[in-house]
Ligand binder design. Structure first.
Ligand SMILES: [Zn+2]
Ligand SMILES: [Zn+2]
Length: 447
């Protein structure tokens, strides 16, 4: 049935941080913007690995995967959706591609595809994340993509993962802007500026905006983070252990620069090394070179390595690149070691020297890739006498610059998503020219 109206339906990202799944319907063309996993909803029922969903039926039963006809590969009905556009590679925006019918094209940035493919190679195949046989079509910033009655223009934005985009979508009833996840205080604020300028130029009828940081907002920047980290690493007497999201390339760059300046090496995990190899091929990105002698690769103590790990180890065999915990233990004052909380068993063999410290350089618990179990973390740190520094800057824009950006875009309607503080957002933004719509999940909004 052809409809002349343009509608938006939000199947995820409503009253929660992440899980965005936004359906745009315009004259019979149906396109999803993001198709992420909802960490918050999953957490209400599951506690992996012992209590984990076994099938898509469980996820649908509990409302974690929305019931939508003709979208999923386990549904024999013909496809009812023309394309999926991904704003970026964080799993709260992309993981549930796993369930999408493989004939449906998935548009994303080159870098997003690289990240998702690298991630699928380093993780064991699992129900909720697989990009096998996905029909990826990649775009670059400013390219125009036509899908049915829609024309979609992606513009790069700054976020805590490379290859993030916002969209200007031209529909039969005016332009819609979708911010994805973005910020103006990261390593590349100019990209966000460019997106805002283009969004403004399109005179949008509606803006779908992230509104993550409505509480706990702060004023800082990636540059400031780098200078704080420098201060810590320069004073540390023993090893510096650092926890940060493995796909946060800006943060890795910050640690890498500091390690170099302080005469240390930056030691990354096999997983991060694998991603770096893949991202090095992307000429538009600045990432540490694995061949640089200040970058080393930490091999965890374990008996069995997966194929990709064995191959990676083989590539750097004999190059004085890979080392284990026993070597790390002997060179503590010359090392910044990226070590996740889930790898703290390594501390038993490492035996951190006096004057070592732990830097937590992440937050946003469910939002991105990790959720830290604070109580246990503190017990480990206390056992080994490791003080904890928290140095981080969010991947998401702060309330005041967000308000300014929305004022500039001057849309008739504003839909906040990716937030659990939508009402606060609406009150804070109550003098915007366009009204703020408090979104209800699965309800259809006509533009
Ligand atoms: Zn997100
Ligand atoms: Zn994100």
């Amino acid at each position: 049935m052809v409809k002349d109206t343009t509608t938006l339906t939000f199947y995820g990202g409503v009253n929660e941080i992440g899980g965005n799944k936004i359906l745009l319907h315009d004259r019979g063309t149906r396109v999803f913007f993001d198709f992420g996993m909802s960490y918050a909803m999953k957490k209400q029922f599951y506690s992996p690995p012992f209590l984990a969903p076994k099938s898509e039926r469980s996820l649908q039963e509990l409302g974690i995967l929305p019931k939508i006809e003709g979208v999923y590969k386990f549904d024999p009905a013909p496809p009812t959706v023309d394309a999926v556009f991904l704003s970026h590679g964080h799993l709260d925006h992309s993981a549930y591609l796993s369930f999408i019918k493989r004939e449906v094209p998935v548009y994303c940035g080159e870098t997003t595809r690289t990240i998702l493919q690298a991630l699928s190679e380093v993780r064991r195949a699992d129900l909720e994340f697989s990009v096998a046989d996905i029909n990826f079509r990649t775009f670059r910033t400013g390219k125009k993509i036509r899908v049915g009655s829609l024309e979609v223009e992606p513009f790069h934005v700054d976020h805590s993962v490379p290859g993030a985009y916002g969209f200007v979508i031209h529909t039969s009833n005016g332009a819609i802007v979708y911010t994805g996840d973005f910020r103006d205080h990261g390593a590349k604020p100019d990209m966000t500026r460019e997106f805002i300028e283009n969004a403004k130029k399109a005179e949008p009828v509606a803006v779908i905006t992230e509104a993550t940081n409505m509480t706990g907002a702060s004023v800082s920047s990636e540059r400031e983070v780098e200078s704080k980290l420098h201060n810590i690493v320069a004073q540390a007497e023993g090893i510096v252990l650092a926890e940060f999201a493995y796909s946060d390339v800006d943060r890795l760059n910050s640690f890498f620069h500091i390690a170099k300046k302080t005469g240390r090496c930056m030691a990354v995990s096999l997983k991060q090394a694998y991603l770096l190899e893949a991202l090095r091929k992307d000429k538009g990105l600045t990432v540490p070179d694995l061949n640089d002698e200040a970058v080393r690769v930490f091999r965890k103590s374990k008996k069995r390595f997966d194929k990709w790990e064995r191959e990676l180890l083989h590539r750097y065999d004999g190059k004085n690149k890979v080392f284990d915990v026993f070597e790390a233990s002997k060179q503590q004052c010359r090392m910044v070691l990226a070590l996740s909380f889930y790898d703290f068993e390594e501390l038993v063999a490492l035996q951190p020297a006096a004057g070592s410290c732990f830097v937590l350089s992440a937050s946003e618990p469910f939002n991105e890739e990790m959720e830290i179990d604070y109580e246990r973390l503190v017990n480990w740190l206390s056992h080994y006498g490791l003080p904890q520094y928290h140095v981080h800057v969010s991947g998401h824009i702060m309330p005041l610059p967000l308000k300014k950006a929305l004022n500039e875009m001057n849309a008739k309607k504003v839909f906040p998503v990716h937030t659990d503080k939508a009402e606060l957002f609406a009150r804070f933004m109550r003098d915007l020219k366009g009204g703020v719509t408090l979104v209800e999940k699965c309800r259809e909004y006509t533009l």
